[in-house]
Design a binder for this molecule. Structure first.
Ligand code: ADP
Ligand code: MG
Length: 230
C-alpha cells in the first residue's frame, strides 16, 4: 500500500482562551493526522473550535498542550519571526471575506507575498499573471477588488495563496460569502489544485461543500466526533 508522508500530525491538542480569571476550554484533546495530498474538510457548529484549530495549524495561534508537527517539524515555542518563515514556506490561506487589499488590483494583490519574499517586480508580476491565468481570471488582472464579483475575488485570493508554492492550503469558510453555484466552482478549482498534489483543508458548515472533499472531520464542543472518508 502506498503511504504518503504525514503533513500534519496532532496529538492530544488542547487550547483555552483566557476569560477574566477563568478560561474557555475550546479544543479538548484532538488527535489528527493529515497526509500530503489529502483534501479534507472540517465541519461543526459555530463555536465548536474550527477556526481555532485552523489558526493553530496555520501558525497564527499557539496551542497550550499536546503536540503539533507540520511537515515533520515539531511546532513548539516559535517566535513570530520563525512562525512567519514557516507560514511563508509551507502555508497558503484563504478566508471567507477574501482579505484582499482594496486599493491594489488583482495582479498586485497576488504579487504581494512575492514582494515580501524579495522577488523583483518583473518576476513577481509575471508570476502573479501566471496564477491569475491558472484560476481563470487573467483578464481581470488590472481590476480592483470592488470591480469584481465575490467568486472572482475568491479566485484572486486563491491565486495569492498559491503564488508562493505552499505545501498546504488552509481555507476558513472560503465559500461562506458565495452563492451555491459559485461555491461549487471554487471547490472545483480547489479540487484541480489538489490533483496537482496540494494538501487542502477547508472549513465549511455546508454538507454539500464538505462532500466535494475526500474526508470530513466533525468537531463538536472542541472534540472530534467523527472522521470519515466521503
Ligand atoms: P468556530 O470557528 O467553530 O465557529 P472558533 O474556533 O472561532 O469556532 O471559536 C470557538 C470558541 O472560542 C468560541 O466560543 C469563541 O467565542 C471562542 N474564541 C475564539 N477565538 C477567541 C479569542 N481570540 N479569544 C477568546 N475566545 C475566543
Ligand atoms: Mg470559524
Amino acid at each position: 500500500m502506498e503511504t504518503k508522508p504525514k503533513m500534519i500530525e496532532i496529538k492530544d491538542l488542547h487550547k483555552s482562551y483566557p476569560m477574566g480569571k477563568d478560561s474557555l476550554h475550546v479544543l479538548k484533546g484532538l488527535n489528527l493526522e493529515i497526509k500530503e495530498g489529502e483534501f479534507v474538510s472540517i465541519m461543526g457548529a459555530s463555536g465548536s473550535g474550527k477556526s481555532t484549530l485552523l489558526n493553530i495549524i496555520g501558525l497564527l495561534d499557539t496551542h497550550d498542550t499536546g503536540t503539533y508537527r507540520l511537515n515533520d517539524e515539531l511546532i513548539e515555542n516559535l517566535n513570530e519571526k520563525k512562525a512567519a518563515q514557516l507560514r511563508n514556506k509551507f502555508l497558503g490561506f484563504i478566508f471567507q471575506s477574501f482579505n484582499l487589499i482594496n486599493y491594489k488590483n488583482a495582479q498586485e494583490n497576488v504579487a504581494l507575498p512575492l514582494y515580501y519574499a524579495g522577488m523583483s517586480r518583473k518576476d513577481r508580476n509575471e508570476q502573479a499573471l501566471k496564477y491569475l491565468d491558472k484560476v481563470g481570471i487573467k483578464d481581470w488582472a488590472h481590476h480592483l477588488p470592488n470591480e469584481m464579483s465575490g467568486g472572482q475575488k475568491q479566485r484572486v485570493a486563491i491565486a495569492r495563496a498559491l503564488v508562493s508554492h505552499p505545501k498546504v492550503i488552509l481555507a476558513d469558510e472560503p465559500t461562506g460569502a458565495l452563492d451555491s453555484e459559485t461555491s461549487h466552482s471554487v471547490m472545483d478549482l480547489l479540487r484541480e489544485i489538489n490533483k496537482e498534489g496540494m494538501t487542502i483543508i477547508v472549513i465549511t458548515h455546508e454538507e454539500e461543500i464538505a462532500k466535494a472533499s475526500d474526508r470530513i472531520i466533525r468537531l463538536k464542543d472542541g472534540i472530534i466526533v467523527s472522521d470519515e472518508k466521503v
